[in-house]
Design a protein around this ligand. Structure first.
Ligand code: TYD
Ligand code: MG
Length: 477
């Protein structure tokens, strides 16, 4: 019989090779290959002789007598929105985020909210001592919640403990990288350990009906560290993002077997933990310098919710042969396309200029509907004409220069009107959306009309003062 051989496993992608190498062939990562003891993994069947197959029953796809899976609602609306209406009983959710972003804070708050609703909730910390967790709960004013705590890292011990007593509604494992199982010989934190521990915990969730939340660290480039396979094993992957220096935090669905993935939850980190932000548009627009050229308000959509956000551009003469193009929060190739379309179809020459484009508030926009706002910000910065403070922009720009209609125009316009905006530049064609009456609509069919629109809409400073107060009052309301 062949002697079991150790495997060399890439810690970044999980690829297995027969010998050590400096660079992983599968994902290209350097210095990521670690020798691990060969093992069948948790739950692997011992090698047996040929086994006769067991006959099982096949179910009907359309079987309707089964109720929808039970949901565990936390009552934190921003969290419940992202999960698609609460954590599903018996499912596993992976929450990723950079260190210090607030994962532990969010989850202890969710645990406390559930415990106050009378559910059994268990929070297992593999990183912090019980006293540290207690101290944080005290700071958050959650000491009275009946959350059960443990500082443990052995998966077998955790599963054995959880299997005793009433079935918990929610189990939080903070974090999956610190967990280890004795069935696998490699050190905690390696791919096989993370995978094995996740497998055991997911199996426990499925068999017991508890919802398991696994916290995962992310690497510098934003990937959840450890094997990507954990992302495939769980039912939902949420990503907790935000700028570390600022209070704003976004919870985003990356994968969800039981709900949408385009929803975001918005939180603000305060001295008393994470507070929900029910009206994120006002927060994203709060620090706006309305008289500055190069800033356009984009009426965007995040999932089912409209979200207004500022797109800022700086166009500056370039001393370099190849001008700089830097983008934060948007797609760099999309910017290159907009620049080319402006040059070709609107006669706006940008090739001698450095261009910087930023989406304010740390938001990442992937909607093509932001094209028009980005173009408006660019033209405004180049011409040093500030855009009207009370105007929003949305529309997709095609390579021909045509401004194409986008979805949810009605919802975007309604949100703009709600926040006190008075005009909107939008695609010329498309659905006749029932726009709020107080909004002046400027329909642009082609990118060549944009420069004229910006020049024509220049508001004198005195007139813009009253307009700029309007969004502010909506925020206070
Ligand atoms: P934490 O939840 O420990 O982050 P993670 O688990 O993702 O590593 O959050 C740590 C940060 O949050 C820390 O830098 C301090 C900040 N914080 C507040 O600003 N207010 C609070 O009430 C709490 C509990 C933390
Ligand atoms: Mg933590």
């Amino acid at each position: 019989m062949a002697k079991p051989q150790n495997a060399f496993v890439c810690q970044s992608c999980g690829a297995v090779s027969r010998r050590w190498q400096g660079r992983c062939d599968a994902c290209g990562a350097w210095n990521s290959i670690v020798e691990e003891a060969a093992s069948g993994g948790v739950g692997a069947q011992p090698a047996q002789g040929a086994r006769k197959g067991r006959v099982f029953d096949l179910a009907k796809l359309g079987e309707t007598d089964r109720p929808a899976p039970a949901r565990v609602l936390t009552g934190i609306a921003e969290l419940d929105r992202v999960t698609g209406g609460g954590f599903v009983a018996g499912s596993a959710v992976l929450i990723g985020g950079e260190p210090g972003i607030g994962k532990s804070t969010l989850l202890i708050q969710a645990c406390a909210a559930l415990a106050r609703r009378g559910e059994r909730v268990v929070y297992i910390s593999g990183e912090e001592a019980i006293d540290q967790v207690r101290l944080r709960a005290q700071r958050l004013g959650l000491s009275d919640a009946a959350v059960e705590l443990a500082a443990e890292t052995s998966v077998e011990d955790i599963v054995a403990t959880l299997s005793r007593g009433a079935r918990p509604a929610l189990v939080v494992i903070d974090s999956i990288q610190t967990m280890w199982t004795s069935l696998i010989e490699s050190t905690p934190g390696t791919v096989s350990q993370v995978r094995g521990a996740a497998q055991a915990l997911i199996r426990f969730a499925k068999s017991s009906g508890a919802a398991a939340i696994l916290v995962g660290h992310v690497t510098k480039d934003g990937q959840i560290a450890g094997p990507r396979v954990v992302e495939h094993m769980v039912d939902a992957v949420l990503s907790f993002e935000g700028e570390n220096g600022r209070g704003l935090r976004l919870l985003r669905g990356v994968k969800n077997r039981f709900g949408p993935t385009d929803e975001i939850g918005v939180f603000e980190m305060t001295g008393r933990g994470l507070q929900e932000v029910a009206n994120p548009s006002s927060l994203f627009l709060s620090a706006r310098d309305q008289a500055a050229p190069g800033a356009a308000v984009f009426a965007g959509m995040e999932g089912s919710r409209p979200l207004l956000v500022e797109v800022q551009a700086l166009v500056a003469p370039s001393p370099l042969g190849t001008p700089r193009r830097a983008v934060v929060g948007w797609d760099a190739s999309r910017l290159a396309m907009i620049v080319a379309v402006l040059e070709t179809h609107a006669g706006i020459k940008l090739s001698q200029y450095d261009i910087y484009l930023t989406v304010a508030g740390g938001l990442r926009i992937s909607e093509p509907a932001a094209d028009l706002a980005a173009a408006a910000a660019l033209v405004s910065s180049l011409s040093t004409i500030p855009l009207p403070a009370d105007a929003v922009y949305f529309g997709e720009i095609s390579l021909s220069g045509a401004i194409r209609p986008v979805g949810h125009a009605g919802a975007r316009l309604k949100e703009a009107a709600k926040l006190g905006f008075r005009s909107a530049a939008l695609p010329g064609a498309g659905e006749r959306e029932d726009a709020p009456r107080e909004l002046e609509l400027r329909r642009l069919k082609h990118i060549s009309a944009l420069a004229a629109d910006i020049g024509a809409k220049r508001a004198p400073r005195s007139a813009s003062a009253s307009a700029s107060r309007a969004p502010q009052s909506a925020r206070e309301a």
